[in-house]
Design a protein around this ligand. Sequence first.
Ligand code: ATP
Length: 433
Amino acid sequence: MDAKASSVMEKITSLAKRRGFIFQGSEIYGGYQGFWDYGPAGVEMKNNIKKEWWKYTVYDREDVVGIDAAIIMNPTVWEKSGHLKAFTDPLVECKVCHKRVRADNEEAVADHEKTHKDKKDIWTEPKTFNLMTEVLLGTTEPKEKSYLRGEITQGAFVDFRNVVDSTRVRIPFGIAQIGKAFRNEITPGNLTFRSREFEQMELEYFVKPDEEDSKKIFEYWKEKRKRWYEDLGIDPKKLRFHDHEPEKRAHYAKYATDLEYEAPFGWSEFEGIHHRGDFDLGNHNLSYRDNLTGEEYTPWVIETSGGVDRAMLFFLIDAYREDGERIYLKLNPKIAPYKVAVFPLLANKPELLAKAKEIYKNLKQKLNVVWDDRGNIGKRYFAQDEIGTPWCVTVDFESLNDATVTVRDRDSAKQERIAIDNLTEYFQNKLAA
Ligand code: ATP
């Protein structure tokens, strides 16, 4: 990473910590590589991202249902899915200092070679490492070896028959899921970009085996996924598809593409959209019977698999703005941690405090609102800008006389007077716009 890019990442990392978005996991004990905690602002934003995804993928449609499968599954699942054999990354080790990096990460390889400029032939041959995280279950020896799921995908396949039998879905239909996955990543890094514990949001969309139709459905989901990120504010110029060449795709994949974002550390995968044919249901010997036509077949699967943590990181990076002294996060209000901040102009005036608290409590019934009465008004604006709160409400002495407040807009920093009675509607309209 060049100096400019690493300074952007440093700024984001530092803002994420000071404003309560992302903390290093177990920080008081020196941290734990590849594990992160989400703070008070972070958990709100992450939940908003998940809510928006669920709304778009499940609630706004009639052909998708959700599940929440267990993190630990019968190990046979991983045997059948091929993960115990094939879920690997190639790794090379530096013969000089024993640092290991992914053999396919050209940037990391080149960066590391710079540290041993005088030496040649520093790398070992690539070795493959299994990414599955083992766990031992049971109270008596020998304990049973199992795995933390390396991807949430398998849940949708293993539950396929139960979903078909217990609901009214008919092909084509999708199973959506959001949940944690774990990988023994060799080189975790770039904040949460590559973590050992992370969250995925995935759709497995089951279709009838048909080359032409399934290709159309694949293209449909490709565009739909890109639009989701754009609608939530990602700069379209920083998004692109990276189609996998036939020779680079998994042997079963008919088509595969990565939706990539131009991060400070280079174009990086946001989400994978894959046409997986009948590979997955076939692995588990599952098929589908159409109740109306009596046809029986193994459905094909189009998968959209995105990372919640990567989405959040890229939303933060994309929203980061510096305007002179001012730093603000231009987050779409739908995913901003809080929609509105409410403060009394002065914290030591009981009448202002009481009025501001009343407004805060009223707004809180409808919106995610945050209270702030620390420091002076300038500092509060500064803090809320960095958190990405779209609107700040200030209760001043005029408010006590004319029942209006100042509403300040995050992006323009402009202020206007709004009647207290109209506030909820005012913000709801803005959010719906
Ligand atoms: P990469 O090549 O970057 O390791 P991948 O191709 O292995 O990613 P998939 O298996 O397709 O990733 O997983 C789907 C999505 O899950 C990714 O697009 C990403 O958003 C997320 N994801 C995968 N691995 C991680 C990780 N270690 N940390 C955070 N998110 C991850």
